[in-house]
Write a protein of this length. Sequence first.
Length: 309
Amino acid sequence: VFQLSVPLNFLGSVYRELRQSLLDMETLFSLQKVNVSIKEPADAKPLQLVKGGEIKFENVNFGYHSDRPILRDLTVTIPAGKKVAVVGPSGCGKSTLLRLLFRYYDADSGRILIDDQDVRDVTLDSLRRSIGVVPQDTPLFNDTVGHNIRYGDLAAPESKVIAAAKRARVHHIISSWPAGYETKVGERGMMISGGEKQRLAVSRLLLKDPPLLFFDEATSALDTHTEQALMQNINSILREKARTSVFVAHRLRTICDAELIIVLKEGSVAEMGSHKDLIDRGGLYSELWSAQETLFRDPGEKEVIVGDN
Ligand code: ATP
């Protein structure tokens, strides 16, 4: 049961900026996954990214229900300014990490620190402004394509919206539509493909330009060629700005260049290192890699995803 004062306060300026848009409250809630039990302390301070965005999980335990632990004593550091990948079997808790970091939920025990500040001690607004996510399934507003990108930065001029769409390799598609950036997403309905939706989500994130970036299966609906081209663009932006980025992906080829690969199994770290370290080690990652590479050479068969093993 939501009290009006809570979400308005919670969503602050975002809600005010969107006041007249077509977005209804229910969409807004599902989009933000507002959990009203999450509160900031009265003396909360804005998050200060003094170290450039280092993320630490310290002995974190978490379950959506008390009888089913999802993260088990998870301790891991995501170094500032690096490209990091999180892989592991389906259901091992990869997306849950992101939800805890964003404080959609709080850990049952342990701590999550960003640049040594506990996420529970900083203002929710500063926390969520510092983090940008391309989620598995991007919600689009019943509004124009331009607005859907601009949601990443409501004050952005059109030139910035177009620049973000170009880097996300979707500008040429939008330009080919008769109404261009004014095309209503709802009206095109089914005509926005999964891959286009993902690229709109990437555009939105690039426009927001947050210090910490998360890509949760962000390119899974793209063909290999488009995915590679988009990843090249994303990589060059990340390198140029030295941003902390975390990629969750099943297709290991998309993340094998990450500076650190964290392999999760049953809610804790099974192994971690670079692609080469993990292949040399001959553990879970190397098994998954071999299985996917075999299929890559023989594309006649269904692709194996991590977790089907
Ligand atoms: P995938 O690779 O399939 O996306 P994942 O590793 O990202 O999986 P999570 O989405 O973090 O896994 O989910 C971990 C476990 O928690 C799964 O078993 C999932 O069913 C369960 N789970 C996720 N969200 C909820 C929720 N809101 N309530 C209850 N259980 C949940």
